[in-house]
Design a binder for this molecule. Sequence first.
Ligand code: PRP
Ligand code: MG
Length: 213
Amino acid sequence: MTTQAALTVALSKGRIMEATLTILREAGIPVPEDIDSSRKLILNTPGGEIDFILAKPVDVPTYVEYGVADLGIVGKDVLVEEGRDLYELLDLGIGRCKMSVAGLPETPAHFTMPRVASKYPRIATEYFRGRGQQVEVIFLNGSVELAPLIGLAERIVDVVETGRTLKENGLIVQEDIMDISTRLVANRSSFRLKSAVIDDFVRRVRGVVETEE
Ligand code: PRP
Ligand code: MG
């Protein structure tokens, strides 16, 4: 399928999808009815103005940086970790959580060099480097809370939303690194070449997220 709409927008599948669609619909952007039930990965608005692509959150910055999507909606955690060259246009105020360091209440000091497990190796490495602490960062794809429980690492760096995962696994937050929320980002050349249609999209979405603040 080729994408020929005026605007291509990459959405993050998963956790923030429902809240994202609510904002887009309230903003008057004609999101396809079946977007969250269909298995299609490219969906077009009824009038054909916008193509939506449904991507893994971690890949959204890649699609936008390469310009195959003009806009993307994705968490700040992914943006910081991926470090792509994009414009950040708007904070949507959804998907709010914190990036934190967590561990067992009493950290056992087993290792010569402290180990930190994370799905965010870059954020973890830079955080500890900034504090002058030498650590070995171990990349995991998920369920990072397992690491301190089974002795893979003393600490983790991960997002904490309700705190339930930490609590149910007997872990505590040790330090907060940054606040996270969902952002609207743009490809740099699209932002210039499609300024009218992007401005219109941003204005509509801003109208919704600002009244909800
Ligand atoms: C995320 C995150 C934490 C948890 C935070 O995991 O990595 O584990 O949610 O939410 P809470 O504070 O409300 O418990 P997710 O369920 O997305 O799975 P994953 O880590 O395996 O990717
Ligand atoms: Mg998790």
